[in-house]
Design a protein around this ligand. Structure first.
Ligand SMILES: Cc1cc2nc3c(=O)[nH]c(=O)nc-3n(C[C@H](O)[C@H](O)[C@H](O)COP(=O)(O)O)c2cc1C
Length: 336
């Protein structure tokens, strides 16, 4: 018996639930081919950032009128670092077009921003370049003590609505978990126009270097333990929001993928695992998923999807507060 690994995400028919998450592995056409050949059922391109787009249009303007050095961020070296990540809006659009032309799998472009503004127009250009769908990564750290949660949430919703208005292709929205009412926020994001939710964005935490006494940006690859957060929320949201659900953060193995599918994910995305083991790791994960399904007599991914969501399990409280209390009470103290 061969199991059917097909799944549907954002209305796209995918051969497996294994999607390559936005990462530097997808920043060249060669990298994208490697991900596709390794078995990625779709690829999310690394993000084009709001700041890059704004910088690019400012730079064109400055070159014509003033001189690019006067852009304030330029002197700090903050923006030019992007050049090491991807090579700017025009190249990004070319990459989308080329990837779409050459790859047999869907190509999901990614925009990363925090405010509504002219840069949102790029969504249209990515659509015109042939993107199969768009992933909007809303990355915003609310550090202003005057900024209320209502205002912050509205900001997300306005941005999603602005992008939605701009394009006709499916729109996924990638957010972090730090909302006080995550379930309600998830629903409102879909009402604002998200066809899918990508849960969860990982906020990179700066560190302090004790010898240099400097704050250092510190990108650490994830660990499988981090999977628990998306696992819980996907289980809770399955069937409660009208959107596809993608899991990101902590997906490293076939077991991780299986758990997320049982919770209700339509796709699972990998970044850290592929950076650690190389794109070919996707095939290893696919084999593990296939073997488990076969040995547990499932015929398809569709058949198992969501069968352990909160709405489907006999004990829905397992995802809630009572489970927290129970796990504390039943914790057995190690001999210390
Ligand atoms: C080096 C690096 C670059 C990343 N670049 C992007 C990006 O451009 N856009 C984005 O939405 N996420 C980006 N991510 C986040 C990943 O797509 C992913 O959501 C996150 O790493 C959690 O998944 P993981 O546990 O599989 O790593 C990046 C992550 C890493 C480690």
């Amino acid at each position: 018996m061969t199991v059917n690994l097909k799944t549907t995400y954002l209305g796209l028919e995918l051969d497996t639930p294994l999607v390559a998450s936005a990462s530097p592995l997808g920043r060249t056409i060669e990298g994208l081919h490697r991900l596709a050949n390794a078995g990625a059922s779709a690829v999310v391109l690394p993000s084009l950032f709001e700041e890059q787009i704004e910088y690019d249009s400012y730079q064109v303007h400055e070159t014509l009128e003033l001189g690019a050095e006067s852009f304030p961020e330029h002197a700090t070296g903050f923006l030019p670092e992007f050049e090491a990540y991807n090579t700017g809006p025009e190249h990004y659009i070319d990459l989308v077009a080329r990837a779409r032309e050459e790859l047999a799998i869907p190509v999901i472009a990614s925009l990363n921003g925090a405010t509504t503004g002219g840069w949102v127009e790029y969504a249209r250009r990515l659509e015109a370049a042939g993107a199969s769908a768009l992933e909007l990564n809303v990355y915003f750290i609310a550090t202003d003590v005057e900024d209320t949660s209502t205002a912050v949430e509205q900001r997300y919703l306005d941005l999603v609505a602005a992008v939605r208005e701009t394009i006709d292709i499916p729109l996924a929205v990638k957010v972090g978990p730090y909302f006080s009412a995550m379930a309600n926020m998830a629903r409102r994001l879909t009402e604002a126009g998200a066809d899918g939710l990508v849960l969860f964005n990982r906020f990179y935490q700066p560190d302090i270097h004790l010898e240099d006494l400097e704050v250092v940006p510190n990108v650490q690859l994830s660990t499988p333990m981090e999977l628990r957060l998306p696992l819980r929320w996907i289980a809770i949201l399955k069937g409660r929001v009208n959107a596809s659900l993608a899991a990101t953060t902590g997906v490293h193995s076939g077991e991780d993928v299986l758990k997320l599918l049982l919770a209700g994910a339509d796709v699972t995305m990998m970044c850290s695992a592929l950076l650690r083991h190389g794109p070919e790791w996707i095939r290893t994960v696919e084999e593990a998923v296939r073997e488990w399904l076969e040995s547990h007599e499932y015929q398809s991914v569709e058949q198992m999807k969501g069968s352990m969501s909160q709405a489907s399990v006999p004990d829905p409280a397992a995802f809630e507060r009572s489970n927290y209390m129970e796990s504390l009470i039943t914790y057995s103290t190690p001999n210390v």
